[in-house]
Design a protein around this ligand. Sequence first.
Ligand code: PLP
Length: 455
Amino acid sequence: MDQIKINLSEDQIPRQWYNLAADFKTPVKPPLGPDGNPISPDMLSKVFPMNIIEQEVSTERWIDIPEEILEMLYRWRPAPLRRAIYLEKHLKTPAKIYYKDESLSPAGSHKPNTAVAQAWYNKQFGIKKLTTETGAGQWGSALSFACSLVGLECTVFMVRISFDQKPFRKTLMRVWGGNCIPSPSDQTAAGRQILSENPDTPGSLGIAISEAIEMAVSDTTGETRYSLGSVLNHVMLHQTIIGLEAKKQLEIVGEKKVDVVIGCAGGGSNFAGLSFPFVNDKIHGAKIDIIGVEPTACPTLTRGAYAYDHGDIAQMTPLLAMHTLGHKFIPAPIHAGGLRYHGMAPLVSHAVCEGLIRPKAYDQITCYKAAQTWARTEGFVCAPETSHAIAGAIDEALKAKEECKEKVILFNYSGHGLMDLLGYEKFLNEELSDYSLPDDVLNKSLESIKDFPKL
Ligand SMILES: *Cc1c(COP(=O)(O)O)cnc(C)c1O
């Protein structure tokens, strides 16, 4: 009988995070300030605590995970590696499909891996309160949970339309003690300005980011900071525990080599978390196909420009060297809310440019079909974001069948979909449509970055 659940005990948890920035052949381009020069760490010090800024700019290969962070992670880590034998049988593939199950965390996704680390570092630095934004509510709930563990206040600006349409994520935040405010709000100058111009606005992630950063930097006590759930280097770093665990688990079942590694990519953090330790192997000669899957409606890696751009619509963040669709880009309302981001983690973008990662895009209905196949074989109901990774894994397994090769495929199961049933309901009722981004819309959106420094 094949082993289908591969677990590690607490004492087998990785004790260091892996930093890919240490191993690139060419250095990653630095973030730039408003004057076009590289920003200095202290320019970020009102936004993030210095211990996190140090991680953000670090090129150390291995960074110790503090014992107290491990103690928080033990609630759901090490996370199981599973083999999808029921899907393999259904596809009649000779490939072995493994997946890392990140859906078992308290918030139901990989996001608490970095949330608990960020909350802990802020607490260490003497911070009392964190602010953040959330779209569909995944990140806001993960950070609310993490803040409740370390004893920080947490204020989450949630995009108004989601606040109204997805009331249960707001409830989750409140259960964990988070304060969830619909954005735009009357609590910040940015929010008041937008409300006075357009009181009925549905809000946007860009507006919510502006409000969260404003609230953090304008606290004159200096005890508030801002927290981001993806994109930045320290977030990728914290997530590498996923891939480091997976390596140990594959070893246990005797897999010496992985042929394909797959993750869905929104801001890039769960994909980076699983793949970066394997990207390291690839840099050192291993033959691995590493695939980042994104939606055709928001094709950042497959069709975006590699350029300097802001991380948010209000241009509050430094200019980041990344694949981007333009900071004003508003993606079509697909259900994979976590993949509707215009930019990409600079570390992921750099790895794509170095030929280490291969991006791929799928449309929404293909992904829901993959999710349905998954639910009817493996049993679990995945997040709409995760369905992109599953669609990628199914294609690779079918390719292995054509080639008659017993490949080893590994993908990241970034979260469960039990709070995303509205999207499934629409899929089952055949009310969903595919959105492919027209060239002229993309080109128009990219005009917003034409005056920024070039790469
Ligand atoms: C937020 C989220 C994503 C996308 O974010 P990344 O930073 O790209 O990982 C993917 N899957 C789930 C379940 C999420 O909650």
